[in-house]
Design a protein around this ligand. Sequence first.
Ligand code: PRP
Length: 216
Amino acid sequence: MENYLTVALAKGRLAETAIGLFEKMGYDCSQMREKSRKLIFTDEAKKAKFILVKASDVPVYVEYGAADIGIVGRDTILQEGRNLYETLDLGFGKCKMAVCGPADMKDKFSGMANLRVASKYTNIAREYFHIGKGQTVEIIPLSGSVELAPLVGLSEVIVDIVESGKTLKENGLEVLEVICDLSAWLVVNRVSMKMKRETIMEIVTNMKELIKGECL
Ligand code: PRP
């Protein structure tokens, strides 16, 4: 794989725009667009390999150098806490990480004893409450449909991604406090940044141009 640049892309919401970004830079991503069970796609002309993996695995592949670069949401970067370069904010997939819950929790949840917080983003939630607020809370890990937790009494609040706010609204919940802004980022393996610097910096420059031109 040494002569190839390996790119890890997060499956899901960011995939379409991320693939489009590489296509605009002249990469052949046609194999990736075909609905197949293939996991690795090669552009021989550009000497690039693409892997489409679960979002939370992108930082793992990049930290270990199995992928040189990756595109993944900042939510995943913060949650995974991996040792890699967060090189470029790509500006798409914008959303927020927030504490959400029923409206009557707004004035209550801060400082509340025994607050239960359900989240997929357990590390972000823990850091926000324990370190940021100095509040001891119980973090309840979930892997999806987190909005359900306050509805069935599993937790008082949740820490989750809010994009359009539709999921919250349809479940009678609201944003109680915004934790941070999120978007897709280009992440780079620390060794690859040295060994494949020229190729990677060319990609960074091209991506910056595309973002500036807002042709994403
Ligand atoms: C995410 C997030 C919210 C929803 C927010 O879930 O966890 O549930 O999107 O989007 P909205 O503000 O536009 O409604 P996702 O769809 O990724 O699936 P999940 O429930 O499995 O986490």
